[in-house]
Design a protein around this ligand. Structure first.
Ligand SMILES: Nc1ncnc2c1ncn2[C@@H]1O[C@H](COP(=O)(O)OP(=O)(O)OP(=O)(O)O)[C@@H](O)[C@H]1O
Ligand SMILES: [Mg+2]
Length: 357
């Protein structure tokens, strides 16, 4: 049997578990005229969830990762390129009659896809507005879904773009927008701050980790194929280490499976896999660690030992210093706040812990 665990890319089918409630909520939302804002730390499963929700909806879907564009014109061109994947040019050219700047098209012989570009000097905002209005028009027959991943990048793309975008989007009726973001603080600034143009623009959903019972069942069922007697213990050990983080749980389970397949030894197998993976990343962790300042290292060491909270006043560091370090580390994605602050990557936590021994 092939390794039944998968990490790093979008998961679906047998690799996807739980999220029943979230799928239902997204389904209902897409039936309405509302938009969705989905926030979670990195690799919690936002993209997988949205892809699954959109799999059978029979509506035109366009998905853009804002990290992959550097200018507003590039964003407009990429949207247009995605539209051409859904509709043949001949069918929609009449709907583009309103375009104030004419894009150029070329067939990419490597991919057979169409490349789109706007002439330099085209007005950024107008170009984007024209493309969004094309989507609105095409959505008359069958409503569009536009997914904007890493939406917080919009703030750095161009000053005032958020205001402009919102002014166009609020007039559209034939599009559901789904905004995804993993920089929680920035997404909150955009959708939760009263003075932001996107204040309460969509329904906010925070994606949590996968609930313990579901993940436990998911792991046990699969390990039962290879070590029926120990599958429950292995699942328990894995989840104890990963604390149900979707990505790291799959990564560790993948490694454990590989070891079991090769050696079929089960004693301390999870610990063994943890050591292997921690060592595998040694070089990266070292580099990250060396680039950090002393305060951040100190905070991470406390979290890795997790005996007390770094905000504990008995520590030698002022609470305000600890707090700003935690905020900084959260922004960079090293620390996430669940009920308490924790290190996002459990292998990094183990690596830091090992150093402090
Ligand atoms: N529902 C799920 N069931 C099982 N594993 C999952 C699920 N969702 C996510 N994962 C695991 O987490 C990994 C990351 O998922 P995904 O890429 O969807 O997350 P993301 O939040 O979009 O990440 P990023 O922040 O990198 O964009 C997957 O490759 C998979 O290993
Ligand atoms: Mg993603």
């Amino acid at each position: 049997m092939r390794n039944p665990f998968k990490f790093g890319t979008v998961v679906d089918g047998a690799f996807f578990t739980d999220r029943e409630k979230e799928l239902q909520t997204i389904g209902q939302l897409l039936e309405s005229e509302n938009h969705l804002v989905l926030i979670s730390p990195r690799r919690f499963g936002k993209t997988s969830l949205v892809c699954k929700a959109l799999l059978h909806i029979n509506r035109p879907v366009v998905m853009i990762n804002l990290q992959s564009v550097t200018t507003v014109t590039e964003l407009a061109a990429l949207l247009l390129k995605r539209i051409f994947k859904l509709y043949p040019f001949e069918k929609i050219k009449h709907a583009m009659a309103h375009f104030r700047f004419i894009p150029t098209f070329s067939v990419n012989p490597m991919t057979d896809g169409v490349d789109v570009a706007f002439q330099p000097g085209s007005d950024n905002n107008i170009v984007l507005e024209d493309v969004l209005m094309l989507i609105e028009k095409l959505g008359e027959k069958n409503k569009f879904v536009v997914v904007l991943d890493e939406f917080q990048e919009i703030i750095d793309l161009e000053k005032g773009l958020d205001k402009y975008l919102r002014s166009i989007m609020q007039l559209q009726h034939n599009v559901n927008y789904i905004f995804l973001g993993s920089q929680e603080s920035m997404m909150e600034e955009i959708f939760e701050k009263k003075k932001s143009p996107f204040y309460h623009f969509g329904i906010l959903m925070r994606l949590p980790k996968i609930p313990y019972d579901d993940f436990f069942r998911y792991l046990t069922e699969r390990f039962a194929f290879i070590v029926p007697e120990q599958s429950e213990q292995i699942a328990k050990d894995i989840l104890l280490f990963t604390q149900c983080h979707p990505y790291y749980t799959q990564q560790l389970a993948f490694q454990v499976w590989n070891i079991l397949e090769q050696e079929s030894q089960t004693v301390e197998v999870v610990n063994h896999a943890v050591d292997e993976l921690t060592q595998l990343h040694d070089f990266d962790y070292e580099r990250i660690w060396m680039a950090m300042n002393k305060t951040d290292r100190h905070i991470l060491t406390i979290l890795a030992q997790s005996a007390t909270s770094p905000l504990d006043s008995k520590r030698e560091m002022p609470t305000s210093t600890a707090f700003s370090a935690l905020k900084r580390l959260s922004k960079q994605g090293y620390v996430i706040k669940n009920k308490k602050y924790e290190i996002d990557d459990p292998f990094f936590a183990r690596w830091i812990f090992n150093r402090s021994l």
